[in-house]
Design a protein around this ligand. Structure first.
Ligand code: ZN
Length: 227
């Protein structure tokens, strides 16, 4: 790359996050070529999707879906990394908008959107909740209310990445609690997380909501990792 084009790139950081090629005027964050090759998830919300089966037989669950799968080229992981560790909040909002657009027609019954909460210590360390950023993007499309103070994470847990399924479940046990069950009674809640691996975090979230009468849940995640 020549000096001039390098300077131009610095002046206009309009490059694809996953391949670094210049973006065309109608492209945002990811070029069409990369987008084409990111493996897509299941865009039907039902109790027969992969996400639903990871979450097990939950009475309150209407169904789950996901936008992307992890891929061997690591494009999905790069997007998640940008969102989770690189504070790329604009990308997060954009990815949320993609989720919203993909599932919009199936989200009409939703009353509230709840991002999977972080423990306040984790929130302080990171400065933001990546699932809340996704929820903001989703809400740009479906225009529902986001609740961030009702379902809360009461236990600070170590990272799950090096743990097996059983250890993950044990690690996150009783991590979530509902402050005001009345607010959620009889409501349809859209629960949002950035990534699902074994499903233990979301299972525990659903467990945390079990005191809420007649709650109905839809679970959407940005990406499903291979476990
Ligand atoms: Zn690209």
């Amino acid at each position: 790359m020549g000096v001039i084009s390098h300077l131009i790139k610095i002046g206009f950081p309009n490059n694809c996050i996953t391949c670094n090629d210049s973006l065309l005027r109608n492209e945002k964050f990811i070029c069409s070529n990369c987008f084409f090759y990111i493996p897509k998830g299941e865009s039907i919300i039902s109790n027969k999707t992969e996400i639903s089966s990871l979450l097990g037989n939950q009475q309150s669950l209407i169904g789950g879906g996901h936008l992307f799968n992890f891929d061997k080229d690591g494009k999905t992981q790069q997007l998640l990394h940008e969102l989770k560790y690189n504070s790329n909040l604009q990308l997060g909002t954009f990815l949320g908008e993609l989720i919203g657009a993909e599932f919009k027609s199936q989200l009409q019954e939703v009353d509230y959107v709840i991002p999977v909460p972080l423990h306040k210590k984790k929130l302080y360390e990171r400065g933001y909740n990546q699932s809340e950023i996704l929820s903001n993007g989703i809400n740009n499309v479906i225009e529902k209310k986001i609740l961030t103070n009702n379902l809360v994470r009461i236990r600070y847990t170590e990272t799950q990445t090096k743990k097996n399924k059983l250890e993950r479940l044990e690690n996150i046990k009783n991590a979530f609690e509902v402050n005001n069950p009345k607010e959620l009674e009889g409501k349809t809640i859209l629960l949002i997380d950035d990534v699902i691996t074994t499903g233990s975090t979301l299972v525990e979230c659903i467990y945390g909501l079990k005191s809420v009468k007649e709650i109905k849940l839809i679970v959407l995640v940005l990406a499903k990792a291979v476990y």
